[in-house]
Design a protein around this ligand. Structure first.
Ligand SMILES: [Zn+2]
Length: 267
């Protein structure tokens, strides 16, 4: 989980990326297909809200919408598309066995499935995010919230309804779902989850996300995938500029001076 703090690993990764590039392969390292909004977050991928929440949960889906419920998670789309909802649920449910093994906890069915809200537009996400966290996670486009025990994710990259019908849920969105579902797993199964440091929260979620995407064939490994390899390159850049925080600082969550978009790479 702390792979990006290991100088040897990073240097080795860069060599491999460059070798692949020279060989004409796709490195993805600098070719991340940013979302239409140009601010595709990583765990924007979340960050979990640890504040005491508001007393009232906002009304999120009115009118049309689709809900799919599984053993551990429930996906609620603010748009009408059974296929997308089913695919989102498939990715979320795949998180559970991986997370159970990682945290070495006994499997059990939660009393209530964790809710994953999927928004078709940024505007719809921002409205709910503003009500829950006052803009703290507006630019993340995805976050999980302890007190509502739910995740809120924008479907991205932005694409037409026809494109969605043809290609199904984008891999970028599957990554976000896997990541946030991993946070919801901790929220549900680990009583002291609120005391987990950021590096553990996001390190575990990113690792689980990668395992799920690799297992279903949507990622060919952290060093090849455009999303994860970009984070490796970001960490390498910090290392080369001598700006990569020490392990000590990372373990203390003392990385506020690192540019926001690169903090997830550091963790
Ligand atoms: Zn996260």
């Amino acid at each position: 989980m702390l792979r990006t703090t290991n100088a040897e690993y990073l240097r080795g990764s860069r060599r491999k990326l460059w070798h692949r590039r020279l060989a004409g392969g796709s490195t993805g390292g600098t070719l991340v297909p940013h979302c239409a909004y140009g601010r595709r977050p990583r765990c924007g991928l979340c960050c979990v809200v640890m504040v005491l929440a508001m007393a009232c949960v906002p009304t999120i889906v009115t009118g049309e919408g689709t809900t799919q419920t599984g053993r551990h998670f429930r996906v609620i789309c603010d748009f009408d598309d059974e296929k997308i909802a089913a695919q989102a649920l498939e990715t979320a449910e795949a998180v559970w066995p991986v997370a159970t093994r990682l945290f070495a906890v006994a499997d059990r069915t939660p009393d209530e499935p964790g809710d994953i809200y999927l928004f078709r537009t940024v505007a719809a996400y921002e409205k709910v995010e503003a009500e829950l966290t006052g803009g703290k996670f507006r630019r993340n486009l995805a976050f999980s919230h302890w007190d509502t025990r739910a995740s809120y994710i924008v479907l991205q990259p932005d694409c037409s309804y026809r494109g969605l019908q043809k290609s199904g849920i984008p891999t970028m969105t599957r990554r976000l779902i896997a990541h946030e579902a991993a946070h919801l797993f901790r929220c549900t199964m680990i009583p002291n989850h609120r005391s987990h440091p950021d590096w553990l929260q996001d390190g575990a979620a990113s690792w689980i996300e990668e395992q799920v995407l690799t297992a279903d064939g949507r990622s060919s490994g952290a060093e090849r995938d455009p999303d994860t390899s970009t984070m490796i390159v970001q960490a390498l850049g910090l290392l080369e500029q001598n700006d990569l925080p020490s392990v000590n600082r990372i373990l203390r969550d003392d990385i506020e001076d690192v540019q926001w978009s690169k903090r997830y790479a550091v963790r």
